[in-house]
Each structure stands twice: as structure tokens, then as C-alpha cells.
Design a protein around this ligand. Structure first.
Ligand code: NAD
Length: 297
């Protein structure tokens, strides 16, 4: 199947369920997914549901899938405008990561994948953030030694958090940094914006809100630092959207609980926390940082 979030849907899942049954899938079969996060999320979902669950191996072939989506067992498909609306926790039995797959990746794909590594750095490894900034030119030149280090360190952050809270009861929510806005942006734009690029906008948005809570973070220029990083990667720092509509999509996010929206904020690079009481007024105001109703796309 082709990548792209528009393919991560029930129609593709059904095709795969039917194909597996037609080809004699058994309880001891292993489904091997070979591709980016879309293929991984969808086939993980299919593996977890076919015959009440078979084994799943991942061979991630995008940077995003290597540093993030192949790890931690979240599977899912989108339902209409609701991102990852239906899914399971179903950890891969084995994950085979080979950065050489990145040789055929275009820069846009590589850099939007890098955003998930930047997210991991902000949550749990301030040194990784410095490392990425210091080595940005080498990353842009596809320096494998540097990219491999980024992959290993980002995985370390995710692994530690997932092991601590595999089913996202609390601390794993930190991994959703930037994702509340990102999922709304993806849905608003009919999944035409790469996931990592949408997360980049979400990081700027979270930085803006975090800065309004924390003067030290603001005076350290954290938000501006993030913006520079995204600009250097040629990723969007603003997007066209109607704020109110985008806000309505944010409110639909599946990460929300009946207690309200769980928002991940930054205390300082390497340290994130969850806030349940970001006022609606602040959320709308902070959107001005990343949303422009008048720019062209
Ligand atoms: N499960 C999780 O924990 C988790 C975490 C983060 C993101 N995600 C999900 O991951 C998805 C995004 O993943 P993605 O960025 O990998 O997108 P993707 O899977 O759509 O891949 C992007 C593009 O790269 C192509 N591609 C894949 N490997 C390639 C290679 N080696 N060379 C050339 N082209 C290649 C694909 O065909 C596709 O066109 C989103 O659906 C997001 O929700 C899941």
C-alpha cells in the first residue's frame, strides 16, 4: 500500500484483513510491516485484530518510523477527520532498524521525521537537542554517523517513557507534545500535511503556551529557538486555517478525557509536563503563533 495518512483508514485495513484470510493466515503467522509510520500503524492494527491477534514485526523505512512510530505498540487508523480514532496497543515482537533505508528518502520526508526526534529531545534529552542543532548541516547532508546517533538517542527517550507507562495512563502522555494541534492541522488539511511537519507546528504552539506560564523559558528564547530550527529544515512555521474550526478539531482529539484536554507543556529543554487546565482563551490566543487565516498555502 502507499504511505500517506489518507491511506491509514478502514478501507485499507479491510483489504489487508481479507488478503490475509484469503492467503491462509494462521494464529502463529507473523505480519511483517515494511514502510513508514502509516504502514506500521495500519498493519499493527490489523495484526492485533486478525484472528484476535497475531505476531507483528516492524521494518521501519522512514526516519519518523525509526525514531518513533515503530516503538511503543500504538496502532491505529483514522476515521474521517479523527486521527488514530480506532486502534490498539499491540507491541511489535521485533523491530529491525537500518538507517540505510533512508538513502531513498527525500529531504522533506527526512526533516519532518526529524521533528519527532526533536520532540523526544525536548521531552527527555536536552543534550540531543543541542546535538541536533550543532549537527544540522551534517544531517542535511545525510551523514549516517550523525543520523544513527540521533535515532539511538531518540529511541532511548521513547523506550524509557513507554516502559514506565505502556498504556498511557499518565506519564506516556508527554510523548504527545505538539500532537494536539498537529492532529487538528492534519485533519483540517485532509491529511495532506506530513505528520512530522504538523508536529513541528504543534511544538511551536506548545512552546508559546509554555512560555506564557514560565518566564525563564520565555527569556531563554525557547520558542524562537524551535522556530529557527524548523526554518533551517525548510518546514512550515505558520499554516493557513480558520482558528475556530481548528480549535474545534483540537477539542475532538482522542487524547482528551472527560476531565478536559491534556496539554503537554515544556518546563525547560529535556523536561515536559502535563497540564489539564490550559484556559481556552490562552489556547486560542496562542494559535496566532502558528495559524494565519490570510496566508496562502
Ligand atoms: N504509533 C505511533 O506511536 C506513532 C508515532 C508517531 C507517528 N505515528 C504515525 O506515523 C505516520 C507518519 O509516518 P511517516 O512520516 O513515516 O509517513 P508515511 O508512512 O506516510 O511515509 C511517508 C512517505 O515516505 C514513503 N517512504 C517510506 N519509506 C521510504 C523509503 N525508504 N524511501 C522512500 N520513500 C519512502 C512512503 O511511501 C510515504 O509516501 C502518521 O500516521 C502518524 O500518525 C505513529
Amino acid at each position: 500500500m502507499s504511505g500517506g495518512d489518507r491511506n491509514k483508514d478502514l478501507r485499507q485495513a479491510k483489504k489487508l484483513w481479507e488478503w490475509l484470510i484469503k492467503n491462509g493466515v494462521k494464529r502463529d503467522s507473523i505480519l511483517i510491516s515494511f514502510g513508514g509510520g502509516v504502514v506500521g500503524d495500519l498493519s499493527g492494527f490489523v495484526a492485533s485484530t486478525i484472528l484476535r491477534g497475531i505476531r507483528h514485526y516492524h521494518v521501519p523505512t522512514t526516519l519518523l518510523a525509526m525514531v518513533d512510530s515503530s516503538i511503543g505498540g500504538k496502532t491505529g487508523i483514522n476515521l474521517g477527520r479523527m486521527k488514530n480514532a480506532v486502534g490498539t496497543f499491540w507491541s511489535a515482537d521485533k523491530i529491525f532498524i537500518d538507517p540505510l533505508f533512508l538513502l531513498s528518502i527525500d529531504k522533506k520526508n527526512l526533516f519532518s521525521g526529524l521533528v519527532e526526534a526533536i520532540k523526544a529531545a525536548i521531552i527527555g534529552d536536552a543534550g540531543l537537542l543541542d546535538f541536533i542543532e550543532r549537527n544540522l548541516n551534517l544531517i542535511k547532508l545525510f551523514d549516517f554517523e550523525v543520523i544513527e546517533k540521533v535515532i539511538l538517542r531518540a529511541i532511548r527517550v521513547k523506550k524509557q517513557i513507554v516502559e514506565e507507562d505502556p498504556f498511557e495512563a499518565e506519564s506516556r502522555r508527554k510523548l504527545n507534545l505538539g500532537h494536539t494541534l498537529a492532529h487538528a492541522v492534519e485533519a483540517y488539511h485532509h491529511y495532506k500535511i506530513p505528520h512530522g511537519e504538523a508536529v513541528g507546528l504543534g511544538l511551536l504552539y506548545a512552546a508559546k503556551i509554555s512560555e506564557s506560564y514560565d518566564n525563564d523559558l520565555r527569556t531563554s528564547g525557547f520558542g524562537e529557538r524551535m522556530k529557527q530550527l524548523l526554518r533551517q529544515l525548510g518546514l512550515r512555521t505558520k499554516i493557513k486555517a480558520e482558528k475556530k474550526k481548528l480549535f474545534a478539531y483540537m477539542m475532538m482529539d482522542k487524547k482528551n478525557t472527560s476531565g478536559g484536554l491534556n496539554f503537554v507543556l515544556v518546563k525547560k529543554p529535556g523536561l515536559a509536563f502535563i497540564s489539564k487546565d490550559v484556559p481556552k482563551k490562552l489556547m486560542l490566543k496562542a494559535m496566532e503563533e502558528v495559524v494565519d487565516e490570510d496566508i496562502s498555502d
